[in-house]
Design a protein around this ligand. Structure first.
Ligand SMILES: [Zn+2]
Length: 474
């Protein structure tokens, strides 16, 4: 009880002595978190700490605070608020100064409001605490603007945490809830351009988090602000580029599901294909997106006609996907063929003697040139076995043949105009995993016979059965 009374006696509504009072609050929190009973004696180390703090309080009696914030405020030509924020493991603090310029070039700065609080218990990291101090800075700026009742030309916020400045200036990435809520609160009242960097040794809010001896408060940084405020010709420690610090490591930043910068400009990417488990649905979805884009951009075909009918669009989309797959797997082969160079002898498709068809797809030359078959059958499209799209195609034609065996599936794939490199192994693998095939090919189950009933197990029954058998023979 006595501790609380002593702590409350040291009180200042505007925060002139906040660096002193916050030290008392920190000691009180240590005592409360230690879970003593109300009248238990304090442990030695806490009692020493408390006595040291409380015995220095009488030095505050000599503290003198000027009645006015800045002289000749009515003659000032420019009025700015400078807000400084800082945090330590134990406390967060923010302090506000009014900085005015006069027509003769002189300036003046005065303390307006300061706050220092015990660090929120749920904050586990320094960046979070620094962010809380930035929120506190915005709050005291609002209080100052509301109560000063003068026209403020500009408000500048200073923090010594580049992580927090990166959060506030971020436009690309999304945060988890804790940071997102606080950044939204900061940005609802301030613009990122108002936030500047200040070195820790020049940050007056640093005093609020570390504490100060009462005798040093009168001439300290907390009440007077940094000297550079009074010297406008000295450039501020500002840095225009506050990007996120190590965004891929920072646990507060959400992972981008689609990193737009890493997507190839002309490629669809496997991440799109792997979202689908059905070849037809993949094509239909992509065709729908293409249709929307063509309509939105008012794209025209090379022959001048505007619209592509649905069947043609679907076929065109299929070819687009297949070209993408071949580009991923056979890029060097495609380049060699385009440059009329022989293929590398170690290429997996060198035996197929491939060529690029009119549709831009890599096809097998084959030996059926003089046979009157469709060209897609004579020159099938080459596909790699280890690609999700190939798996979807094989699965589709396996279902087309009603889950028949490997030879039927392979034949259907071949007749559809595809040449899968490593087809046999891929089809076997897909059949092995196919639930329908497993059900269809499962061995018939035989019911286990139960024990004979007691009546059929006595000698009379066996005798009658024997008589029947003998008579039957006769
Ligand atoms: Zn099957």
């Amino acid at each position: 009880m006595k501790l609380s009374q002593q702590r409350v006696e040291a009180y200042s509504q505007l925060g002139f002595i906040s660096p002193i009072t916050v030290q008392g609050k920190i000691i009180l929190r240590k005592i409360v978190s230690s879970r003593f009973d109300w009248d238990d004696p304090l442990p030695e180390h806490l009692l020493t700490e408390w006595n040291k703090w409380s015995q220095n309080l009488p030095d505050l009696e000599d503290l003198r605070i000027p009645r006015i914030i800045v002289p000749n405020l009515s003659n000032a030509v420019n009025k700015e608020l400078f807000i400084y924020c800082d945090a330590s493991e134990l406390a967060i603090a923010a302090v506000c100064y009014l900085h005015v310029s006069y027509s003769d070039g002189s300036t003046s700065t005065g303390f307006v409001l300061g706050k220092a609080k015990v660090a929120p218990a749920k904050c586990t990291t320094i960046p979070r605490l620094e962010l809380c101090s930035a929120v506190l800075g915005v709050e005291i700026a609002q209080i100052a603007v509301d109560h000063l009742q003068i026209n403020i030309d500009n408000i500048k916020y200073f923090s010594d945490s580049r992580v927090v400045l990166g959060y506030i200036n971020n436009e690309k990435r999304r945060f988890f809830v804790y940071v997102a809520n606080r950044v939204a609160r900061i940005r609802s009242y301030s613009e990122p351009t108002q936030w500047l960097y200040v070195r820790s040794e020049k940050n007056p809010a640093d005093i609020g988090t570390r504490g100060i001896h009462p005798a040093d408060l009168q001439n300290g940084l907390w009440l007077h602000g940094p000297s550079r405020i009074e010297a406008p010709n000295v450039s501020l420690d500002k840095d225009s580029d506050f990007s996120l610090i190590q965004p891929d490591v920072d646990v507060e930043i959400r992972l981008n599901k689609v990193d737009i910068e890493n997507v190839k400009p002309n490629g669809l990417g496997n991440s799109v294909f792997e979202k689908f488990s059905d070849w037809n649905r993949l094509n239909f979805a992509l065709a729908t997106v293409r249709k929307f884009i063509r309509r939105h951009l008012n794209l025209k075909r090379s022959d001048g006609s505007k619209n592509m009918d649905n069947v043609e669009l679907l076929h065109n989309t299929e070819q687009l996907v297949l070209r993408e797959v071949q580009q991923q797997f056979y890029e060097s082969e495609l380049n060699d063929i385009r440059d009329s160079k022989p293929l590398n002898k170690h290429s997996s498709i060198v035996q197929l003697d491939p060529f690029i068809g009119n549709d831009g797809l890599l096809r097998v030359v084959g030996r059926l040139k003089h046979i009157k078959f469709d060209s897609s059958f004579k020159n099938p499209i080459i596909l790699p076995a280890k690609h999700h799209v190939t798996t979807l195609i094989v699965r589709k034609y396996h279902e087309d043949v009603k889950h028949q065996g490997r030879h039927f599936t392979e034949g259907r794939i071949r007749s559809a105009g595809y040449w899968v490199v490593g087809c046999k192994r891929l089809v076997s693998s897909i059949l092995h995993k196919c639930v329908t095939c497993r059900k269809l090919r499962k061995e018939f189950q035989c019911q286990k016979m139960s024990n004979l009933p007691v009546d059929r197990n006595n000698h009379l029954f066996r005798l009658s059965a024997l008589i029947c058998l003998v008579r039957g023979r006769c």
